[in-house]
Design a binder for this molecule. Sequence first.
Ligand code: SAM
Length: 288
Amino acid sequence: MAESLQADRTGTLYVVATPIGNLADISARAIEVLGAVDRIVAEDTRHSRKLLQHYALQTPMTALHEHNERELAPQLVEQLLQGASLAVISDAGTPLISDPGYTLVRLARAAGVRVIPVPGPSALTCALSGSGLPTDRFVFEGFLPAKRTARRHRLQQLAGESRTLVFYESSHRILAALQDMQAAFGAGRRAVIARELTKQFETIRGDTLAALRQWVAADPDQQKGEFVVLVQGVEAPEGDTVTADAEQLLRWLLEELPIKKAAKLAARITGINKRTLYDRALQLKQPD
Ligand code: SAM
């Protein structure tokens, strides 16, 4: 009895998506939740105040960002356990998607607090849905490493990926990123740049990586704002795709056998091309 009373008194953590540019993109439910909770936990309170003012919301705010999340999250979970209801939001889009909130949600769930996501915009899904690239399977890579060597290494690792790749990029690295993508994936690989989505200068352009790089380099306006870069995956001929099951088998075999033998055996069991499995085995053996 005491336990159920305790459970009933526990507050709720709402994870609320907000617009990525166009303020009208907020959902009716998001506005309702933001107005009803005891406190909003925002990445940047000054930034979010504009959104709150726009919708005449007066809910108090607390800042939760990458520098204080580890320290603050346990205190917020304590407040939730004592019955407070909180809504976490980020500067734009869906919290936790390349944004703060992960530690808070993880701790809240571990403590038995109810977590309710309130869905809405994200640059990821917005860009994908308008890109014209395959969306049935995709890989979200978030931001690439800032340092060139690490960035090139990461892109190299992704060169054989058959799913659509999605990257976030900022204005000061867009050109360097496109250059490195061209080097890793080849000049002719198809890609889409989605810039300033939902805003006044929204631009969505698809072409080869070489053509896109040239186009961005030639026009300083195309280097401004926020970017999602989507790259089409490698089109693998039949029998040349390493399925998830085949990859797991390969991993197990690699624990016991040298690369060549593991690839040969995996090819015999799965019917997948031996060379493809050998290349995948080499990648799996490579230290990150
Ligand atoms: N949580 C956000 C989401 O759900 O999309 C992403 C936050 S992340 C810190 C910011 C990055 O998202 C930007 O650097 C850019 O790559 C991408 N982004 C955010 N808003 C965008 C927009 N309106 N147009 C294009 N990209 C955007």
